[in-house]
Design a protein around this ligand. Sequence first.
Ligand code: MF3
Ligand code: CO
Ligand code: CO
Length: 328
Amino acid sequence: MAALPKANEACWCGSGKKFKRCHKGAVSPIRQGRISPLRTVPDTIAKPTWADGGTVERWDEPRVKSSDVIERMRRTGKEAADTLAYLGTLCRPGVTTDEIDAACHEMAIERLSYPSPLEYPGMVEPFPKSLCTSVNEVICHGIPDDRPLADGDIINLDVTLFKEGVHGDTNATFFVGDVDELSQRLVRVTRECLERGIEAAKPGRQINEIGRAIQTHAEDNGFGVVRDFVGHGIGEQFHTDLQICHYYHPRQTDVIEPGMTFTIEPMITVGSWKARLWDDGWTAVTTDGGRTAQFEHTLLIGDDGAEILTTPSDTSTHPYWALAGTPA
Ligand code: MF3
Ligand code: CO
Ligand code: CO
């Protein structure tokens, strides 16, 4: 259970009011739920090395991709984005995160893809599901379980598919029913943080310009930037050695080059940006129990800027595009 402020301490929302006079009662912390049995993927689908009890293999993958890898990443990225956009339509009160995971698993198989999170090795146990579902104060890597979504929740769905030998990784935060104004502002600002990060991802600049743009926008709005999880190089491997901090990190001086592929995936908080892990070794929550949101795209650096590889066929139902231009 997330640690919440004591009744007389300041509320996590930044109102300056005591917790008991502000969001106490409006919050019921996310708890560990029941996890359903492992779902299987048929052997006709090409799997990454960690499937079926395997391990992650690492090798030196070029940061600048060949045109062949790029073409495959465009296709897999779109599959992941279409899956995410569809799963977002399922986020209603009463639907469990396990049901959304089941839909993700089925859709991946229909698209002849492997859902990359499934059996991905971790510190305690492999990730047991096909999708990450992170509700309210869960920062990332939430495990789908039997908790029904409640009116007023915010939920991040993080979809990664493996197809044609490459990964496409993308996530978005969705509203469940009627969501309070602070949470709505958090989600809109988080979406804008990703947009600012993408705009900063231009060839010739240092990687740290991405985090600088994101941190500036988050803090201008009174929000925090999570430090413990970063964007990453991606391609034939889910995560390569390339790291993208979402805050200004002076030592990230590598220069952005055309042909690079990486994710930007800022996690933004209403209160403290500090994270704590549950004993499952996966679920990361804010230490103060305050809400947090995230958006993620897989990007390809072109000659003038970044191309979003995880653009769905229909952008109208996807919050990254649907929320564009809405005042925060
Ligand atoms: N999709 C996550 C990312 O953005 C990683 C999830 S790993 C998992 O990097 F095992 F939790 F699925
Ligand atoms: Co990622
Ligand atoms: Co992801």
